[in-house]
Design a protein around this ligand. Structure first.
Ligand code: SF4
Ligand code: SF4
Length: 410
């Protein structure tokens, strides 16, 4: 049978130069979730770099197997984080996926949707309005097994529980304007987190401007190799954030942070800051008071929080302000939970296996709730808990902080 991958990708000298920086030491292998599962070189970072290099230099034909190994990478960047040679794995992966895109079969409808965050957000908004999370997962079993449609239906999240927050006392003096980045799909599914962020920032005296719904950092299409679509979204978002007049853009979803900082606002105007670090560094945050909460909170640290944002201590410092709250970090962080953007839809088997491991680790801690700082992880883990009939809510740490804030007039 004729191959559907007949040609070689155009030679990309930058990709070859980046791949040549890998000294093949293998120190990244134990940190790679797909290598841990499959146990073969082609599912490891070193193997994927070699594959990308061979494809780019034309020494390997772009077979379905070779492209699948590249596609099965979660882009969790645990390899990049530990690499002593500072190999820029993410850029190698994105360039390789982009270069091989024209050689692949035409994208499916779902794949086209995943590359279009504006349409995806519109669909998420419609689904939220129809409360599809309450009924669509039950109907999913009637759809063709192993189909993308079935996975999409089964993954419809429950709407976030609205936060009931009392009125705030007016802050003693205004302290400037900050922008809150809400993202694309997160602007629908992480509404409670954004309400919480606004509340805490207002309590500290900041005026908050919010990015428009569906404004996107471009991470979703970029990681799928659609760098043109990613660049279009980045340009539109850059223009909007620069017009906002804010000096700082705060990000509550770690999955958006890296692209926003490095692709959208690479020149630092306005500055992109992780909201946890921003709050924890604010001396006035120490003056806020929080009501006690006797609960066990398991803390999942997303790959993007550990490997891209790089600051996890701030989250712990913020949560430590809630008296009587026991924070229990999951073991072996940041092992990926399998969400990884749209990965859980396209590589469901691997994603589910990773999620099961994560949920077993969480269950062993007997938590009352599970906390995470990325919307993709929150939805993926929440769906897994629902399938287990486990009544453990998954929330963002900011939602808990806002709920327990005492500095408010009721
Ligand atoms: S990516 Fe880095 S850690 Fe992994 S094999 Fe190459 S040089 Fe070694
Ligand atoms: S990004 Fe993650 S899944 Fe991909 S090769 Fe690196 S460690 Fe493995």
């Amino acid at each position: 049978m004729a191959s559907v991958y007949p040609a070689s990708p155009a030679v990309d000298p930058r990709l070859l130069a980046l791949a040549d920086q890998c000294v093949m030491c293998g120190l990244c292998l134990p940190h790679c979730p797909t290598y841990r599962i499959a146990g073969i070189e082609a599912e490891s970072p070193r193997g994927r770099i070699a594959l990308a290099r061979a494809l780019a230099s034309g020494t390997l034909a772009p077979s379905a197997a070779a492209l699948t190994h590249l596609d099965q990478c979660l882009a969790c960047l645990s390899c990049q984080k530990v690499c002593p040679s500072q190999v820029q794995y993410e850029e190698i992966l994105v360039r390789s996926r982009a270069a091989t895109a024209p050689l692949r079969p035409a994208p499916t409808r779902l794949q086209r949707l995943l590359r279009d965050p504006v349409r995806l957000t519109r669909l998420a908004r419609l689904a939220a309005r129809l409360r599809s999370g309450r009924w669509l997962p039950r109907l999913a079993r009637w759809l063709p097994p192993d189909s993308h449609l079935r996975r999409l239906a089964a993954a419809q999240p429950q709407p976030p529980r609205p936060l009931r927050l009392p009125h705030l006392r007016a802050a003693p003096a205004p302290r400037g304007t900050v922008a809150l980045f809400r993202g694309c799909v997160a602007s629908v599914h992480d509404r409670d987190t954004h309400a919480a962020a606004r509340y805490l920032l207002t309590a500290l005296g900041y005026a908050v401007v919010e990015s428009a719904p569906a404004q996107c950092c471009g991470a979703l299409p970029r990681h799928l190799g659609d760098i043109d679509a990613a660049a279009r979204h980045a340009a539109a978002t850059r223009a909007a954030l620069q017009a906002s007049g804010a000096e700082v853009v705060l990000v509550s979803a770690s999955g958006c942070y890296g692209d926003l900082k490095e692709q959208v606002l690479a020149d630092g105007t306005p500055r992109v800051v992780d909201i946890h670090a921003f709050l924890a560094a604010d001396p006035q945050f120490a003056a806020l008071r929080f009501r006690p909460l006797r609960a066990r909170a398991a803390l999942h640290l997303p790959c993007t929080q550990v490997n891209v944002v790089g600051d996890t201590a701030a989250i712990g410092r913020l949560l430590a302000r809630i008296p009587e709250l026991t924070v229990l970090p999951l073991p072996e962080q940041p092992r990926c939970c399998g969400a990884a953007g749209s990965y859980f839809l396209e590589h469901a088997q691997i994603a589910e296996r990773l999620r099961e491991e994560k949920l077993d680790q969480a269950a062993a801690l007997a938590p009352d709730l599970l906390l995470t700082t990325n919307i993709g992880c929150r939805l993926h883990l929440g769906n897994g808990l629902r399938q287990r009939d486990a009544a453990v809510p998954v929330r963002h740490p900011l939602a808990l902080l806002a709920q327990q804030l005492e500095n408010a007039a009721s």
